[in-house]
Design a protein around this ligand. Structure first.
Ligand code: FNR
Length: 187
């Protein structure tokens, strides 16, 4: 402890609501958790042919993710699924076969949308991949954040107190989940 948590956001947009959720969480004062923003926007699209001469960005990404204790995914929903940029990052990290950087890492998912359905489709499509990637993923509480445009002030700070309180307790429960599921580090 503190647990090192990779914070991966499924939107590249500068004013992304999901990024703003991530920023708010990064500022929580929770002693047992340290969040780092992970960049996924520069990863070349996954293509197995490239494993012969691995792109530097892939190699760096795999090395960056490896030492983390856990992963927090914060994602919008695109057409009822996960944005391609996030799926691409999952795919890049999952290979080469047998060397997945995700294997065994505890995870949690927050989905956020300006719409009313909490980006449920993205949240659950992501869960489908995390089952296969062997990431024990927090089941309760679930985090579906709707009506995102109302939650932030003009400078992008989270000002909705009920969302703030919910996310605080969500992250505290995630900390307990990591405690229960974290891999014993190989020294
Ligand atoms: C969307 N959006 C959207 N919203 C939603 O709730 N369900 C959906 O299926 C979709 N589909 C969708 C597809 C595409 C291609 C785009 C560009 C957008 C709207 C989306 O929630 C909105 O743009 C958010 O603001 C995106 O999240 P960020 O960038 O604010 O984090």
């Amino acid at each position: 402890k503190p647990f090192k948590v990779a914070l991966i956001v499924g939107s590249l947009r500068k004013e992304s609501f999901n990024k703003k959720i991530g920023r708010a969480i990064g500022q929580f004062k929770i002693a047992g958790m340290q969040f780092d923003d992970i960049e996924i926007g520069e990863l070349p699209l996954y293509n197995e042919d490239l494993e012969k001469d691995v792109p530097v960005a892939w190699q760096n990404f795999r090395e960056i993710i490896n030492p983390y204790d856990a992963v927090l995914f914060i994602t919008p929903e695109y057409n009822r699924s996960v944005p391609a940029v996030l799926k691409n990052a999952l795919d890049v990290g999952s290979r080469p076969y047998g060397k997945s950087v995700w294997d065994g890492k505890p995870a949690a998912i927050i989905s956020c949308t300006p719409g009313g359905l909490g980006a449920f489709g993205a949240n659950h499509h992501l869960r489908q991949s995390l089952v296969f990637l062997n990431m024990p993923t927090l089941q309760q509480p679930e985090a579906y954040i709707s009506h995102a445009a109302k939650l932030f002030d003009a400078s992008g700070d989270l000002i909705d107190t009920s969302t703030y309180d919910f996310l605080t307790s969500f992250v505290e429960k995630f900390e307990k989940w990591i405690e229960r599921n974290v891999q014993v580090k190989k020294s």
